[in-house]
Design a binder for this molecule. Sequence first.
Ligand code: ADP
Ligand code: MG
Length: 183
Amino acid sequence: KSLPYFCRGEVVRGFGRGSKELGIPTGEFKGNCFLINRNPLSTAFISTLFHTYVSSLNYPSAANFPDSVVEYLPADIGTGIYYGWACVGNGDIRKMVMSIGWNPYYKNTKKSMETHVIHTFKEDFYGEILSVVLVGYIRPETSFPSLEALIAAINNDIEQAKFKLELPEHLKLKEDNFFTAAI
Ligand code: ADP
Ligand code: MG
């Protein structure tokens, strides 16, 4: 089992659908997302690895990087809705829900990871490093009969995430030094 799963990546622009159509912004990782299952590696090791990875990146010409490192998620982290913890830059650690799946705008050829941080931010945070730990699974991806039904489902996901993350075993992950490790 690959959960909890730790990852960091630069927040890039998607299609602006999250805010516009759903009223729920979803920060998108693309290209430069770095994913690693910390178990059984040590945080210090990962931090070093991540640092090496980031400094090896030349963002404007990162084109020969796979478009979506999402493709390298372990097999048991399938598509669907996950909950966990997220941190923007060096900011506070907050609850999040994440959708992992196929973006129809890419003709189903590209999987994406879209994170909604359960917090109202004053500003966008494109270009910031988003650190995330996937803690648990909520439900599979489904298509909905209407946008309203989709929004209702997402709001339900958010409520579930808020509730489940209060479990002591999940609260513990919020304190993980993955979030404080220098990037
Ligand atoms: P995009 O299509 O570029 O992903 P969205 O409409 O989905 O655009 O909005 C996502 C962006 O909104 C994020 O990249 C981030 O900069 C900003 N944002 C503001 N508040 C949040 C939040 N609570 N969770 C996620 N992203 C947020
Ligand atoms: Mg989005």
